[in-house]
Write a protein that binds this ligand. Structure first.
Ligand code: 5GP
Ligand code: MG
Ligand code: MG
Length: 184
């Protein structure tokens, strides 16, 4: 009784073409800003994987990539507690790190990751996020590079999931309410 996943989408916010165009622009900006330095991209799993794959190919510089898994326990009391589920493979000491994120919402996850990475004495740390939702930001946290700034809607696609699904949608969309609210 499964429906094609596109039927679950209420509205497409950014098409595949708009995404590719914006990622190319971000890549060009990073290429300019990191020329002459060894760039090290650190990605937070799993939602950022499509963005990482596109962005790294839009950066025309020598670079390296590493992955980190974190999980947030928002829970019913929204403690914002974060835990590392998979650590980096390589040291970041003395390196120019750019954190590649899918979306910043409250900023809890990234605040934790930033604190964690800064303890490892990198030469610099900057943040590139594909989407920014500033409406619910708890801590004062700003990305250095932002793909699109969006209102406080729950979006899916291009890596972003609902219950681990829809990550493979090639566009960013808003899920129909009856999908997550269930049948009336
Ligand atoms: P934050 O800690 O900034 O509140 O959010 C971190 C994580 O929450 C994101 O990396 C993402 O996994 C999830 N998240 C926040 N907003 C959205 C959204 O609109 N859609 C989806 N699919 N995930 C979101
Ligand atoms: Mg993320
Ligand atoms: Mg998720």
């Amino acid at each position: 009784m499964s429906h094609p996943m596109h039927d679950d989408i209420q509205e497409v916010l950014y098409t595949q073409e708009q995404i590719q165009q914006r990622v190319r622009e971000l890549g060009a900006q990073l290429t300019e800003d990191y020329a002459g330095r060894d760039l090290h991209l650190v990605t937070i799993l799993k939602g950022s994987l499509p963005f990482l794959a596109d962005l790294m190919r839009a950066i025309d510089l020598p670079l390296t990539v590493d992955l980190m898994g974190v999980s947030s326990y928002a829970g019913i009391h929204s403690t914002g507690e974060v835990r590392v589920t998979m650590d980096l493979d390589e040291t970041i000491e003395g390196r120019h790190v750019v954190i590649v994120e899918d979306i910043i919402d409250t900023g809890n996850t990234l605040s934790y990751v930033l604190r964690n990475l800064r303890q490892r004495a990198p030469a610099s740390v900057k943040i590139v996020t594909f989407l920014d939702k500033p409406a619910r930001r708890g801590s004062p946290l700003e990305a250095d590079y932002v793909g699109f700034t969006i209102p406080d809607d729950f979006v899916i696609g291009y890596g972003l999931d609902w219950n681990q699904r829809y990550r493979n949608l090639p566009y960013i969309g808003i899920l129909k309410r009856d999908v997550y609210a269930g049948p009336l």
